[in-house]
Design a protein around this ligand. Structure first.
Ligand code: AN7
Length: 361
């Protein structure tokens, strides 16, 4: 077992608030690949890398924060945890709670989370309730319950979540042997934006890097409170993971933008889907729509002349494409993809594939 990655709490025990008294609840999260993306480098002139967080145990970056939050909850004697979620947090909380042998209650906006995420929360035995409201309503309720009942809140307003998630920045620095020039990621509650900024700040302070990356965060146009500068009462976007109108880490994210000379931008839904297709078809990485906003943001900023040639750019893609696969079966013009049906007959299939007998392979 010597070579197996041991999860972020073991790997970074010296840099996190864990001690011998902390029962480490881990599913082997973290240690995700940083993958060069030559097709995106060719499109932009930058050196582009993808931090592929879909490779985490439940298929999203949330596992980094959840291992920390659940471990600390158990250390403090919690028997039950609660979270509000657009889907990925609920999947992760349910999985880690199951591993720890405690209960997870999860509140999700009714009809607004993907089938993959819903099925994960159910499979891991989460007490899942669909609330007749949006994510922001769910978070208000979760906070209220945690304040007044014996249940431990594991949303990213819990600092343990941010602490766990900052390890992704450590991993990027380990591979690049410095910070990138730019780091681009999706923004919903802005917890991850805050977490990366914290991780990079620590790396600079201990001399592991020579600079801070400029942190660029992107929200969906219909759910862009930080870009607009005000709460969005009825957020809308097909990128359901980031359908959030009142981000929990708003103030921290503004401070991080200030500190890193960062930027927040908005991307419309069709452009998000176009970016998802580019990443799938040209790089070979399948992500959910919310994650594709990193790619859309890169292309938009490069087009605007804001990314110098040769700059090192890391894009975090936060969740796996299998979480919410329906969008891949929809073409740019809105039509549905229906795979061509063929008989059990080699010449016919060769013909449909455009293969010519005896021709070059
Ligand atoms: C794939 O699961 O908020 O800005 O409740 O699932 O740290 O909130 C998910 C957020 C980006 C935004 N990409 O991260 C939830 C939830 C994916 C996500 C985000 C989420 P934050």
């Amino acid at each position: 077992m010597a070579k197996q990655w041991r999860g972020v709490l073991h790997e970074y025990a010296d840099r996190l608030d864990v001690s011998a008294a902390t029962p480490i609840i881990s599913l082997g999260e973290g240690g995700t690949p940083l993958i060069p993306a030559p097709a995106l480098s060719a499109r932009t002139g930058a050196k582009v890398f993808i931090k592929y967080e879909g490779m985490n145990p439940t298929g999203s970056f949330k596992d980094r924060g959840m291992t920390m939050a659940i471990s600390k909850a158990v250390e403090h004697g919690a028997q039950a945890v609660i979270c509000a979620s657009t889907g990925n947090t609920s999947a992760s909380a349910a999985a880690y709670a199951a591993h720890a042998g405690i209960t997870a209650a999860v509140l999700v906006p009714e009809g607004k989370i993907s089938m993959g995420k819903l099925s994960q929360a159910v499979a891991h035995n989460g007490q899942l309730l669909q609330v007749q409201g949006n994510f922001d309503d769910c978070l208000d309720i979760a906070r209220d319950l945690a304040a007044n009942y014996p249940v431990h809140l594991v949303n990213s307003v819990n600092n343990d979540r941010i602490e766990g998630q900052k390890t992704a920045a450590y991993e990027v620095v380990e591979v690049l042997e410095d910070a990138p020039d730019f780091h681009i990621l999706p923004v919903g509650n802005a917890g991850n934006y805050t977490a990366y900024s914290r991780g990079y700040t620590e790396e600079l302070a201990r001399g592991a890097t020579t600079k801070m990356p400029r942190m660029f965060g992107f929200q969906a146009s219909g759910s862009a409170p930080i870009v607009l500068g005000h709460v969005v009462k009825s957020p809308e976007t097909l990128a359901s993971a980031i359908r959030i109108g009142n981000p929990a880490s708003w103030e921290l994210a503004l401070a991080a933008r200030e500190q890193t000379n960062g930027y927040f931008g908005a991307i419309d839904d069709e452009t998000i889907l176009a970016a998802q297709r580019i990443l799938s078809a040209e790089v070979g990485i399948f992500v959910e729509p919310a994650s594709a906003i990193s790619v859309a943001g890169l292309l938009e900023r490069a087009e605007a002349g804001e990314i110098p040639k040769g700059a090192v750019v890391v894009l975090t893609v936060t969740g796996h494409g299998l979480k919410d696969p329906q969008w891949a079966l929809r073409r740019a013009d809105g039509s549905e993809v229906t795979p061509t049906s063929v008989p059990v007959d080699v010449p016919t299939i060769a013909d449909v594939l455009g293969l010519v007998a005896g021709g070059l392979k």
